[in-house]
Design a protein around this ligand. Structure first.
Ligand code: AMP
Length: 223
């Protein structure tokens, strides 16, 4: 199954996408994660993307479309994939449909996660991430056991993402409203959108996502 997880920053796309992909045997493709790794490696892609990311702005459609074209063609995505963070603009959504059609494939569903804006700001500004396994915590909602280190990597200090500062979070939400929110109507018009509230307990949201895509059997691996 080929899925898009759509929704504003902080709604839980990363956390839920990771679990969904693991439970259902699909590849997780997080464009933000790919870019952050490229920035850490100082690769050409990282150098191109870093400034926009730190300012809370979008990286160009051409760069993102090329990246997703290559990544979705890799072997582990053959059984299906969950896209987290792509598409973020209408041209990206059009390009996704085209690249899948060229391979005689299609997008099966778009899961739209929703939450009120105050909740998103609270989650993002309190978010801490493990640099090793990318598991996220929240200083208020889901704190790590000892307050500072990853539960699964007790020697690793959690860190705040460079773009989770209050000012950049505001900019990212604005960019979402202007450039990404139109995709809700775009996919609804094509009959592919399934809305799932992102505000309940983490397991509840996960259950609703699994129901929405019909992946309700026992977890396959790590889910
Ligand atoms: P995320 O981890 O999804 O919040 O993405 C972090 C940042 O990476 C975004 O604020 C953008 O700067 C960049 N980014 C990720 N995915 C895309 C995309 N599909 N189009 C443009 N920029 C993106």
């Amino acid at each position: 199954m080929r899925l898009v997880l759509l929704g504003p920053p902080g709604v839980g796309k990363g956390t839920q996408g990771r679990r969904l992909a693991a439970a259902c045997g699909w590849a997780l493709i997080s464009t933000g994660e790919i870019l952050r790794e490229a920035v850490a490696r100082h690769s050409q892609l990282g150098l191109e993307a870093q400034r926009q990311m730190e300012a809370g702005l979008l990286v160009s459609d051409d760069v993102m479309i090329g990246l997703v074209r290559d990544r979705t063609a890799q072997e582990d995505a053959g059984e299906g994939f969950v896209l987290d963070g792509f598409p973020r603009t209408v041209p990206q959504a059009d390009a996704l449909d085209r690249m899948l059609a060229e391979r005689s494939l299609k997008l099966d569903a778009v899961l739209s996660l929703t939450a009120p804006e105050e909740e998103l700001v609270r989650r993002l500004t309190g978010r801490l991430e493990c640099p090793v396994c990318k598991r996220t915590y929240n200083v208020e909602g889901v704190p790590p056991r000892d307050g500072r280190h990853c539960n699964d990597h007790p020697e690793v200090m959690l860190r705040q993402r460079a773009d989770d500062t209050a000012e950049t979070v505001r900019r990212r939400l604005e960019v979402y409203r202007q450039q990404t929110a139109p995709l809700v109507d775009y996919y609804a018009a094509g009959g592919r959108l399934r809305e799932v509230p992102g505000t309940g307990a983490m397991d509840e949201v996960f259950g609703a996502l699994r129901q929405a895509v019909g992946c309700v059997g026992p977890a396959r691996a790590g889910g």
